[in-house]
Design a protein around this ligand. Structure first.
Ligand SMILES: *Cc1c(COP(=O)(O)O)cnc(C)c1O
Length: 402
């Protein structure tokens, strides 16, 4: 099929829930993507923080190929070696002892919410427990995940939500305290808000919420589906805050293209929440998905990916700060590690339009929130790639100077 045939056929048959760009990607190599016309792009999106290792990692691909030749799926009635390896590797990397594998991020959040409700139920044998979530948060599109997503636009048409969810201001400890009562079972938040506009949590806020949770036996659920897996410069962003969550959700880069997510819990939650019969999934944790997870985590260690992130991220930050200072329609820059954003003055330039222009200049970017141009490169990006990105971005922005 040529590009037009691909786009027209897909458009005709897909339910129109995405406004896709008129590009069909064909293959990738390293941090570059190639479309069906052979045009090359520098990828600063990584399939939305998924392809951490870049395209065509030999070890990762060989592991998947040989597993496909053996067996890809068995169901959760049985054990498999990839399941054993992935669960050992992910619990070690995440610093939490028990894991449940899912097929997506939203499903990891669903499981986390169920674990929190069950923990509270086991304590007082009552239901109707409450969850505190954050404004401008994003946790996914299924009902549980949507119910704790702090963007009423996403929720409005689908009410009622799961109920008993209250929203506090992110980085506003007093607003969290004000919502706590004896029915509160969990606080859920992203360590770095992604879709909402790249807002890292303040250290004082995270520690304050942790203390508040400890004092009231409330579970702290950190959603690191986007900011986790090395992107922040540590394996999980929470590790930079000197605290630990009770429950952690992961997805995106943990499978590096194979759809897989997980939620992990500490001993306290493992001992008194979900038991056989409470939760399940057919595909979750199958041998193929777990081969991906085990390979990804092995490569992270062998290639010292977090060290690499710490080496290149300050360079990206500096380049973006220089760019922010050079254009009157860019108000600033923020982020953590290789999860960064340029903040636009949307009265002058819309970052969504910049994404389109960037594609024509061979640069793949996405937006976050209403006013942020988001940078989520593969974690293996080099300083030379960052220079190249900066050049293509400047050529892009030149078209938006009025
Ligand atoms: C992407 C994302 C999700 C949802 O993950 P899906 O795999 O799309 O269901 C949840 N939380 C955060 C922080 C995310 O970035």
């Amino acid at each position: 099929m040529n590009t037009n045939e691909i786009i027209n056929t897909a458009k005709e048959h897909l339910l129109h829930t995405y406004n896709r760009y008129p590009v069909a990607f064909d293959h990738g190599k390293g941090v570059r993507l190639y479309d069906t016309d052979g045009k090359e792009y520098l990828d600063f999106c990584a399939g939305i923080a998924v392809y951490a290792l870049g395209y065509g990692n030999r070890k990762y691909e060989d592991a998947l190929k040989s597993q496909i030749e053996k067996i890809s799926h068995t169901s959760n009635y049985y054990y498999s070696e990839p399941l054993a390896r992935a669960s050992a590797a992910l619990t070690k990397a995440a610093g939490l002892p028990k894991v449940f594998f899912t097929n997506s991020g939203a499903e990891a959040v669903e499981g986390a919410i169920k674990a929190a409700r069950k923990y509270a139920y086991n304590k007082d044998r009552t239901t109707d427990h409450e969850i505190i979530a954050m404004e401008h948060s994003f946790h996914g599109r299924t009902f549980g995940a949507l119910s704790v997503t702090g963007n009423s636009h996403y929720r409005e048409a689908f009410e009622p939500m799961i109920g008993n969810v209250k929203f506090a201001g992110f980085n506003d400890l007093e607003s969290v305290k004000a919502l706590v009562n004896d029915k509160t079972c969990a606080v859920i938040m992203e360590t770095v808000q992604g879709e909402g506009g790249i807002y890292p949590a303040d250290p004082g806020f995270v520690r304050g919420v942790r203390k508040l949770c400890d004092e009231n036996d409330i579970l702290l659920i950190l959603d690191e589906i986007q900011c986790g897996m090395g992107r922040s410069g540590s394996m999980f962003a929470y590790m930079q805050y000197g605290i630990k969550p009770d429950i952690l959700t992961v997805a995106k880069a943990v499978g590096c293209s194979i759809p897989v997510g997980a939620f992990l819990v500490n001993e306290k939650v493992a001992a008194s929440s979900l038991v056989p019969g409470d939760h399940g999934t057919t595909y979750g944790g199958n041998p193929l998905a777990c081969t991906a997870v085990a390979a990804v985590l092995e490569i992270f260690e062998e290639e010292h990916i977090t060290d690499h992130v710490n080496e290149v991220a300050p360079y990206l930050e500096q380049k973006l700060k220089e760019i922010a200072a050079s254009y009157d329609f860019i108000k600033g820059e923020r982020g953590l590690g290789l999860m960064r954003g340029l903040i636009f003055d949307t009265d002058k330039v819309n970052p969504g339009d910049v994404v389109k222009t960037a594609l024509s200049h061979g640069l793949v970017l996405i937006t976050a929130g209403k006013d942020v141009l988001r940078f989520l490169p593969p974690l293996v990006i080099t300083k030379a790639d960052i220079d190249e990105m900066a050049n293509r971005l400047k050529a892009t922005l030149a078209e938006h100077i009025c």
